[in-house]
Write a protein that binds this ligand. Structure first.
Ligand code: NAD
Length: 489
């Protein structure tokens, strides 16, 4: 990384961290009070790097330990590798409530029920079964294509899903024979350490391998840089926002980058508005809109605007008036040195009810999503706000809605959503948006297997093009050609 970039990034990360340090804990949702209690204090405090079960202070030590563990992993059979992957999934499921609480308490963003669910659904992440050997035989012999591990993979994980991202990466990467050195977000490191310590402890007890997943604590920009530069790390996998995505793309090492998004929703005049409203609420409120795939702005055709508003209200979303949106905007965005609005981290991942209160409105504790009309150039439309407030923009027709949707996605090629019954419109928007994930007539979460078909990953590689990552994403393609032999017929 060049010096200017490092300075930019240090400034950005320090400001983000100081923002998070000022958070007041989000109010628990109904029924959550009993679950968040002091009994988890002893396990959720600052975790110390003791060199045991994958927890290291030094990148060199972590790489050394991960390298040894990866060599041991390669000596196991594929069946045993499969058992390790299934063990990780079952540990995550068994600890989902406890770890969800710990992550929620540490990061102070999102929703406890969804933090728990994000760990339970790790069962949807593909494992060893994804590694299929291809074979071709003919007059000239036998050709086999196999998918080999890279070795030790350096990963960077976001605060929005610290344990889920690390766990899903571990499932995919270990399935394909790799070990991991992780630099989590500093605001989500303790929960990551607790989870990794438990994964490694049980893997060591059953398979005699102690450091398949390693975590650096405390993680800093220097340790991230050391991972980027380390000769013992053969691949980088980065999940995060624009700064870290840019840093990884500039790295001389191969990087798989799961970068930011700003998913638009287009609603046309043929859409089922009840389904559209319910889907927007489900996707836009999931973990308080922390997901990179979550509905961030709705471009709706004017002729059905009022009906969509009514459907959103019927489904329980809280409508804010223009003055209320202005009041919320003044708090939810700060004007930066560049004279542009930037998301105020203190509002990221907060409950819809709290956003409504900040706007001077009231919403019931059960309210999951707030919404209201804005102009297209509004910060809530243009910025990846990660809040359960979704702006609605009126458009003359579906052509204008598609144009504005694509413009507001900013070329991230991440996720786009459409509600329509017109196959031609659905096809045209999908082709034009060219996003990695395109969800039609459902909530964004269905695109990752939650109520939809398909598998799950919390790392959707967008600028580098690998898509929703699987074990194959983390493999080297190898071909064995046995010339003139082994053809049996
Ligand atoms: P963030 O960019 O602040 O941090 C992400 C990670 O990068 C953290 O571990 C952070 O410590 C690290 N980091 C930041 N700058 C760095 C640098 N220059 N060098 C090394 N490490 C650096 O993002 P966040 O708030 O933790 O997560 C939210 C962002 O991540 C959103 O933009 C969201 O869209 C994106 N995200 C994308 C995906 C995906 O699959 N594409 C998944 C989850 C989150």
């Amino acid at each position: 990384m060049d010096a200017t970039l490092v300075q930019d990034v240090v400034a950005e990360v320090m400001s983000r961290l100081s923002g998070r340090a000022n958070f007041t804990s989000p109010a628990p949702r109904a029924g959550e009070e009993a679950e968040i209690n002091d009994s988890m204090q002893p396990t959720s405090g600052t975790q110390v790097a003791d060199g045991k079960y994958g927890i290291f202070a030094s990148v060199d030590d972590a790489v050394r330990a991960a390298t040894e563990s990866q060599q041991k992993l390669l000596k196991l059979s594929l069946d045993e590798r499969d058992q390790i992957v299934k063990l990780i999934k079952s540990i995550a499921n068994e600890n989902a409530h406890k770890w969800g609480e710990i992550e929620f308490k540490e990061t102070k963003i999102g929703r406890l029920d969804h933090k728990i669910e994000k760990l339970q659904i790790l069962s949807l992440v593909p494992g060893v079964e994804y590694l299929k050997t291809n074979a071709m035989s003919g007059s000239n012999g036998l050709c086999i294509e196999e998918f080999a591990p890279f070795g030790v993979i350096g990963i960077i994980t976001p605060v929005t899903h610290s344990v889920p991202t690390l766990s899903a990466n571990a499932i995919n990467m270990i399935a394909s024979g790799n070990a991991i050195v992780a630099n989590p977000h500093p605001s989500g490191v303790n929960c990551a350490v607790i989870a990794v310590r438990e994964y490694n402890r049980q893997i060591a007890a059953k398979f005699g391998i102690e450091h398949l997943i390693t975590v650096i604590t405390p993680p800093t920009l220097e340790t991230a840089d050391a991972i980027f530069a380390h000769r013992g790390i053969s691949l980088l996998v980065v999940t995060g926002g624009p700064q870290v995505a840019r840093a990884a793309l500039r790295s001389p090492k191969r990087a798989i980058v799961a970068g930011p998004g700003n998913p638009p929703v287009v609603v046309d005049e043929t859409a089922c508005l009840k389904n559209a409203a319910e889907s927007i609420i489900r996707g836009g409120s999931y973990d308080n809109n922390l997901l990179c795939i979550g509905e961030k702005q709705v471009l709706v055709v004017e002729s059905v605007y009022d009906k969509l508003v009514a459907a959103l209200q019927t489904a329980g979303a809280a409508q804010l008036t223009s003055p209320q949106i202005d009041k919320l905007t003044k708090q939810a965005f700060k004007i930066g040195d560049d004279n542009k609005p930037h998301v105020n981290k203190e509002f990221v991942g907060r409950d819809a009810r709290l956003l409504a209160e900040a706007a001077g409105a009231s919403a019931s504790p059960a309210c999951q999503l707030a919404f209201g009309e804005t102009q297209f150039d509004h910060p809530f439309v243009q910025e990846e706000q990660m809040m359960p407030f979704v702006p609605l923009v009126r458009c003359r027709n579906v052509e204008e809605a598609m144009d504005k949707a694509i413009e507001s996605e900013h070329g991230y090629r991440h996720t786009a959503i459409m509600h329509s019954r017109n196959l031609d419109t659905i096809t045209r928007f999908g082709r034009r948006a060219a996003t990695t994930l395109y969800v039609v007539n459902g909530a964004s979460a269905t695109g990752l297997g939650l109520g939809g078909q398909g598998y799950l990953s919390y790392s959707i590689a967008t600028p580098t093009g690998e898509g929703i990552t699987t074990p194959l994403t983390f493999t080297r393609y190898r071909r064995v050609m046995i010339t003139g032999s082994l053809r049996m017929v």
